[in-house]
Design a protein around this ligand. Structure first.
Ligand code: NAD
Ligand code: UDP
Length: 315
């Protein structure tokens, strides 16, 4: 078998580190490129001494000079708290980052996969969301740096494909959770679990009736790898997510139950432009990738709670 050398940008992040694990386990060489904005060395510490693994500290907004056979572009903060901290840098990461990654892929004549997002659908008026839906996104709000940055990155991917015949794959990832999310990441699953385990109030934004559909990390990584290995004419965009849809109130109750917590539930103001509902339509992934998620929310949460329990105990 020809061993591939694979570049994973954002490889020290939550999803990126799991992807590095899986690619190395399959016998590939992996270069993890990251500027450690939201990623952590702890996520990849177990790989640092591995012969097939290299880390490059680099910002994707700067040109990239490496020799690789395949590229997964995951670099970008994903939590609203982090992507809104330096919104100009967030847009640059998506847009300049896409250009640099695409230019590298073009120079090397290699495939490149973009980690896009369900945020391209904004606050959707179509439910569940099929890939054919163009979305309802505010271009000037607090979430725009992320949403519009990711939309523009998709545009760049499809234009490099049409204009330069570059082989592209675009995955629209819906809310994914699991071990290696940062405890202070700010996303709902890590927030609720850390709050429940430490006995502090569970913070529900708004009245908790907004919905999300949560995919466990192992399912998502499986989908990304399958997409990368599809025939050339499969470009996407392809939704990857778990169609099981829950309100934030239901999620809070489930986390309280699984942690045996006495934390009270506290309601906080709903952030601006917070999408009301979200559920992936995954027929395309089923057909093109033979993929569907297999881990139920309750089972994935049990794994994630156990991860955070030992992390908090170490601290
Ligand atoms: P994360 O924040 O844990 O990981 C992002 C990684 O990118 C971090 O390691 C960070 O340090 C790195 N990074 C950020 N800016 C960079 C830059 N300019 N140059 C180099 N590295 C940079 O987030 P995640 O959940 O692992 O998300 C990974 C990718 O998947 C992101 O592109 C995100 O938009 C996308 N995504 C994730 C989800 C999800 O629910 N987890 C949903 C939709 C899309
Ligand atoms: N949320 C919440 N409490 C928190 C963090 C988030 O109620 O402590 C809500 C948030 O308002 C949103 C949902 O949970 O409606 C998912 O938020 P997250 O930041 O995880 O992802 P995104 O909004 O990008 O889907």
């Amino acid at each position: 078998m020809h061993r591939k050398r694979i570049l994973v940008t954002g490889g020290a992040g939550f999803l990126g580190s799991h992807l590095c694990d899986r690619l190395i386990a399959a016998g590939n060489e992996v270069i993890c490129l990251d500027n450690f904005f939201t990623g952590s060395r702890d996520n990849i510490r177990h790989l640092l001494s591995h012969d097939l693994f290299d880390v490059v500290r680099h910002d994707v907004t700067q040109p990239i000079h490496l020799e690789v056979d395949e590229i997964y572009n995951l670099a970008c903060p994903a939590s609203p708290v982090h992507y809104q901290r330096d919104p100009v840098q967030t847009t640059k990461t998506s847009v300049h980052g896409a250009i640099n990654v695409l230019d590298l892929a073009r120079r090397l004549h290699v495939r490149v996969l973009q980690a896009s997002t369900s945020e391209v659908y904004g606050d959707p008026e179509v439910h569940p969301q099929p890939e054919s839906y163009w979305g309802k996104v505010n271009p000037t709000g607090f979430r725009s740096c992320y949403d519009e940055g990711k939309r523009c990155a998709e545009t760049l991917f499809f234009d490099y494909n049409r204009q330069y015949q570059l082989e592209i794959k675009v995955a629209r990832i819906f809310n994914t959770y699991g071990p290696r999310m940062q405890p202070d990441d700010g996303r709902v699953v890590s927030n609720f679990i850390v709050q429940a385990l430490s006995g502090s109030p569970i913070t529900i934004y708004g009245d908790g009736s907004q919905t999300r559909s949560f995919c466990y990390v192992s399912d998502l990584i499986d989908g990304l790898i399958r997409l990368m290995n599809t025939p050339e004419d499969v470009t996407g965009p392809i939704n990857l997510g778990n169609p099981g849809e829950f309100t934030m109130l239901q999620l809070a109750e489930l986390v309280v139950e699984l942690t045996d917590s006495r934390s009270p539930i506290e309601f906080r103001p709903l952030p601006e432009d917070d999408p009301r509902q979200r559920q992936p339509e995954i027929e395309r992934a089923r057909t093109a990738l033979g993929w569907a998620p297999s881990v139920a929310l309750r089972d994935g949460l049990v794994e994630t709670v156990s991860y955070f329990r030992s992390l908090l105990a170490q601290r």
